[in-house]
Design a protein around this ligand. Structure first.
Ligand code: F6R
Length: 330
């Protein structure tokens, strides 16, 4: 598919989010209180768990854990909510956590566009939201995020949804394209390194994944303050074809500004993406995911690669069909 055609799956994010806000949550209701929440999912679906994990620092009274694996930690048991997110509904790692959670007596909920996860949810009467199908997972981010937040709300957990202003902002595609253009300028032939603070780690990972999958290039993520205790040294002597993209929160973000200044001092090309600090977190994550996603599409176009096809992920999934480390059907 040409980049122009594929791009349409990004340019309609506002209506995709709005549709998901109006979609019914099946079998709402849950316990009065959970001991914790496990967020399971991989890749473009799994990133939603990272976003909710960050939100939980502010909005959850119970611990959250993000699981991107075939099995759950031992402490996830009866009393826990396990929210499985899989766009296809057929991802082996995610389904494996669902079977395991059911066998341990956890309350299980799901978000998918269909697949086996939808089947299990309906058969077992789980809380579930079906998002619109016909896309690839990464281009469905607003649906997966809004869907997951709505399922958590239906389970009694008050996480914030995108604001009306945040939704309107997603409609400003011209502005998003202009910001994306700035990011991509001079990036061809280079390896981007996305640097962020802990709060914006999901955005940095999302950006890396977008450049991997859409533009077919490797990319790296570094998170402050940990970066200052190890990775910082790696730039002292040897330099490869890297460009640092520093995600900063407003002009006064001293921590991220330190990283940008340091990297310039040691001659690493640096781009600063100064994010609005007045936007609520969910709005900010959606908006800058759109901007960074469009940037990855622009690079795909420059490189002449098809952003919509991810052959090697299909190869990995085909391998998984013949390899099951912990798949327990209950
Ligand atoms: C993103 C993408 C992958 C998938 C991952 C899991 O666009 O294609 O990262 O998200 O392989 O698959 P799903 O999301 O269907 O559970």
């Amino acid at each position: 598919m040409s980049t122009q055609r594929f791009k349409r799956f990004y340019l309609d994010w506002r209506s995709l989010a709005e549709k998901t806000l109006a979609t019914e949550v099946e079998n709402p209701g849950g316990r009065k209180r959970y001991d914790g929440i496990a967020l399971t999912g991989m890749g473009g679906s799994g990133i939603i768990g990272d976003v909710i994990h960050v939100l939980a620092f502010e909005f959850s009274d119970v611990p959250t854990v993000v699981v991107k694996d075939f099995s759950l930690p031992k402490y996830v048991k009866d009393g826990w909510l396990v929210l499985a997110i899989s766009y296809s509904g057929n991802t082996k790692e995610t389904l494996s956590t669902v079977y395991e959670a059911l066998s341990r007596g956890c309350d299980v909920a799901g978000v998918s566009s269909g697949g086996k996860l939808a089947e299990i949810a309906r058969e077992k009467g789980l809380t579930y939201l079906q998002v619109e199908g016909g896309r690839v997972p990464r281009a469905s981010m607003p649906a997966l995020l809004v869907g997951a937040l709505r399922v958590l709300k239906a389970k009694g957990m008050d996480f914030p949804l995108p604001s009306p202003e945040g939704l309107a902002k997603l409609g400003n595609v011209g502005e998003a394209e202009a910001l994306a253009e700035n990011i991509v300028e001079g990036l061809a032939g280079r390896i981007p390194v996305f640097l962020s603070d802990v709060r914006h780690y999901p955005l940095a990972v999302r950006a890396k994944n977008e450049f991997n999958e859409n533009a077919k290039i490797p990319a790296k993520v570094e998170v402050l303050p940990e970066w200052g205790h190890n990775d910082i040294v790696g730039w002292e002597k040897w330099l490869g074809p890297f460009t640092a993209i520093v995600l900063e929160l407003g002009e006064g973000d001293k921590l991220m500004r330190f990283a940008a200044d340091y990297l310039r001092e040691v001659n690493v090309p640096v781009k600063e993406l100064v994010m609005s600090d007045s936007m609520p977190y969910v709005d900010r994550v959606l908006w800058y995911s759109l901007v960074l996603g469009l940037a990855s599409l622009k690079l795909a176009e420059i490189r002449g690669v098809d952003p919509g096809v991810t052959e090697s992920i299909s190869k990995y999934k085909a391998f998984l069909k013949s390899w099951s480390p912990a798949l327990k059907e209950s």
